[in-house]
Design a protein around this ligand. Structure first.
Ligand SMILES: NC(=O)c1ccc[n+]([C@@H]2O[C@H](COP(=O)([O-])OP(=O)(O)OC[C@H]3O[C@@H](n4cnc5c(N)ncnc54)[C@H](O)[C@@H]3O)[C@@H](O)[C@H]2O)c1
Length: 269
């Protein structure tokens, strides 16, 4: 029987992380690098990828960057061709982490249901659900040819794909909780279940259901949120590292089609 250290070893493995220059993307990248993997960070922002690489990974030969707007189908196809070129045709891990989260300035987004826009709804679903579908399909072509190490797709979902919003949290803030985001994250969770038998036994597919991460939200929001969550705090980026290590590596070799809830107990009550 292998040891825990052997099971979590990702030396020689290749990982693609979308939204790779974002907060959770970086935490995932750091985790995989600690375990020995080569990492390709994909993001639409060339500037943020460049800045992150310069600041954090300039001494690493294991970190590569790829600019791609996941709203663009052709760009996704081109990006996956680039992944194969960069890695020499290898891919073990895909983390579908990028998300359309909008801003309070976006038309038809952080507004009451009656004013939410169908165009913005579709834009959100395109990035949060259609792009992971296409990326997974293309990644599977590479992954099923690998004969070494873990082969794992991880989707990053949200508690709002599982339970309805509690709108009182947002009173007095410019924050919101649009239907499209919730529907896209619920879709991603079901896409996980749907894909699991379709890509088995070559590849495993799992989902992480994240609770809210503390990141400078207004005090009124934080107080209300923390009072509602059993562990009495929002998540941190560090909280995701264990789940990424587990689901990416052979530690979770017999786990597929599942969701791991990192929500401080939000959905348990
Ligand atoms: N932050 C939270 O509280 C929270 C809670 C639950 C779930 N999540 C989920 O965690 C994941 C990561 O979120 P985060 O907090 O790190 O956000 P973030 O904004 O820090 O990072 C998201 C990254 O995705 C990239 N991105 C967005 N649209 C893109 C596109 N069209 N093409 C390519 N890249 C694109 C952004 O440039 C950004 O770098 C998301 O799926 C999000 O829905 C976050």
């Amino acid at each position: 029987m292998r040891t825990i250290a052997q099971l979590q070893d990702l030396q020689e493995c290749w990982a693609l992380i979308t939204g790779g220059s974002g907060h959770v993307g970086k935490a995932a990248a750091d985790t995989l690098l600690e375990l020995g993997a080569n990492v390709i960070l994909l993001d639409r922002s060339k500037k943020s990828l460049h800045e992150l690489h310069q600041k954090t990974y300039s001494n690493s030969t294991k970190v590569h960057t790829l600019v791609c707007d996941l709203a663009d189908k052709q760009a996704i196809i081109g990006a996956m061709e680039s992944v194969a070129t960069i890695s020499g045709g290898k891919l073990n891990i895909l983390i579908n982490n990028a998300a359309f989260v909008g801003t309070d300035q976006l038309t038809g987004w952080c507004v009451p249901f009656e004013k939410q826009s169908i165009d913005t709804f579709n834009d959100c679903l395109n990035v949060n659900l259609s792009a992971p579908f296409l990326l997974s399909q293309l990644a599977y072509e590479l992954m099923k040819k690998q004969h070494y190490g873990s082969r794992s797709i991880i989707n990053i979902s949200s508690i709002y794909g599982v339970v309805g919003p509690q709108m009182d949290l947002y009173e007095g803030t410019d924050m919101g909780n649009p239907a499209a985001y919730a529907a896209s994250k619920a879709g991603l969770m079901q896409l996980t279940r749907w894909m699991a038998p379709s890509v088995a036994p070559h590849v495993r597919v799992n989902n992480i259901v994240l609770g809210g991460i503390e990141r400078g939200q207004p005090e009124s929001f934080l107080e209300k949120y923390n009072a509602k969550v059993p562990l009495a705090r929002m998540a941190t980026e560090e909280d995701i590292k264990g789940a990424i290590a587990y689901l990416s590596s052979e530690l979770s070799n017999y786990v597929t089609g599942q969701s791991l809830f990192l929500d401080g107990g939000w959905t348990a009550v």
